[in-house]
Design a binder for this molecule. Structure first.
Ligand SMILES: Cc1cc2nc3c(=O)[nH]c(=O)nc-3n(C[C@H](O)[C@H](O)[C@H](O)COP(=O)(O)OP(=O)(O)OC[C@H]3O[C@@H](n4cnc5c(N)ncnc54)[C@H](O)[C@@H]3O)c2cc1C
Length: 305
């Protein structure tokens, strides 16, 4: 129930407007968001790199309603890619297509995203296209495929697959056949029972099944989870199948299970931290609270420290 409540809150435009503009809201977001500027995100990236972890930086924002906002979001990605390159950071970027204007004009969103991926390819970097709610699944996968097929872009763009969706096994089969890099996650949105597993045990079982398909595919994929059972299953499978630690990476969110991130790296596994930054943090934070409502108590306790 709490999960559903926080996901509904994540969609509230008025709460979002209010929260993102208050001092308390900004303070609260700091637990999971690395700041509001490119400089703050780069500083967090450097700090995480120094611990032996790689990074994917996300300029927060989604569902923009006009072309100027979309172009501005993309501009920050171009800036970020250049700064990462200049500073020799071990980091790539993650973006959402609705932040690039998918709801405004698909052709424009494709052009804007394509420019970002071309920029990443020029400096031998990578763009992960985050997966949003199911209304966008097919369009997002189509975009990633089209980008991957453009000359010079293969290997510089990747998709995200959510284990809670029934369709994901088929999607992974296709993406794996095309050699497209995948981030596997459980899924953070509220989806109807007609298209998604409702029970956590079913999502977890599907996650393990899809993880095995990915590890076996021979392409470099990301196993994104904080769930120790999923992580242990991945390690056990990699060891059993003699899949090298350098053949895939674990991924976790900034501010979540830092102990586990370090433990994995100390044991020789790769781990990438997803670092979000920006002023539009409200929906992202609400989805993090939905995953673990106890975070709300933790955050409130720390608010006035
Ligand atoms: C790098 C990365 C990228 C992601 N990208 C996407 C995406 O593009 N699209 C999408 O739909 N979802 C994305 N997600 C979110 C994902 O779908 C899950 O909602 C989220 O990771 C929680 O699932 P879990 O695998 O950690 O397992 P869960 O079963 O939710 O949690 C397992 C355990 O992990 C810990 N934990 C999990 N979440 C939190 C939290 N927020 N705070 C504190 N502890 C926590 C708790 O100890 C919990 O018991 C991403 C997640 C990661 C790590």
């Amino acid at each position: 129930m709490l999960r559903a409540a926080f996901i509904s809150l994540s969609e509230s435009k008025s709460l979002r407007f209010a929260a993102e503009r208050t001092w308390a809201g900004q303070r609260i977001s700091r637990r999971f968001v690395a700041g509001t500027t490119v400089e703050e995100a780069l500083a967090a990236t450097r700090a995480v790199n120094q611990l032996g972890l790689s990074v994917s930086v996300d300029n927060l924002g989604e569902n923009v309603t006009n072309a100027d906002e979309a172009r501005h979001s993309a501009q920050l990605y171009h800036q970020m890619l250049d700064r990462m390159n200049e500073q020799g950071l071990n980091a790539n970027v993650s973006l959402k297509l609705t932040h690039m204007g998918l709801d405004v004009d698909e052709a424009m969103a494709f052009q804007i995203s394509s420019n970002v991926v071309e920029h990443a390819a020029r400096i031998n970097n990578f763009v992960r296209v985050d997966m949003e709610g199911s209304a966008y699944t097919q369009k997002t996968l189509d975009f990633v495929r089209r980008l991957h097929q453009k000359p010079g872009l293969a290997g510089h763009v990747g998709a995200v697959i959510q284990a809670y969706l029934f369709r994901s096994e088929k999607d992974i089969e296709q993406l794996a056949a095309e050699g497209i890099r995948v981030r596997l996650c459980k899924g953070a949105y509220k989806e109807p029972p007609e298209i998604a597993f409702a029970a956590k045990t079913d999502v977890d079982a599907n996650y393990v099944k899809l993880m095995k398909m990915l590890l076996k595919s021979g392409t470099y994929h990301g196993i994104a989870t904080h769930d120790e059972r999923m992580i242990n299953a991945t390690i056990a499978y990699a060891q059993k199948e003699k899949i090298a630690a350098s053949a895939f990476e674990f991924q976790m969110l900034y501010g979540v299970r830092r102990d586990l991130q370090l433990k994995l790296v100390k044991k020789g596994w790769r781990c990438r931290v997803y670092i979000p930054f920006g002023t539009e943090w409200y929906p992202y934070l609400m989805r993090r609270l939905a995953e673990r409502p106890a975070n709300a108590v933790f955050i409130l306790k720390n608010l006035f420290r």
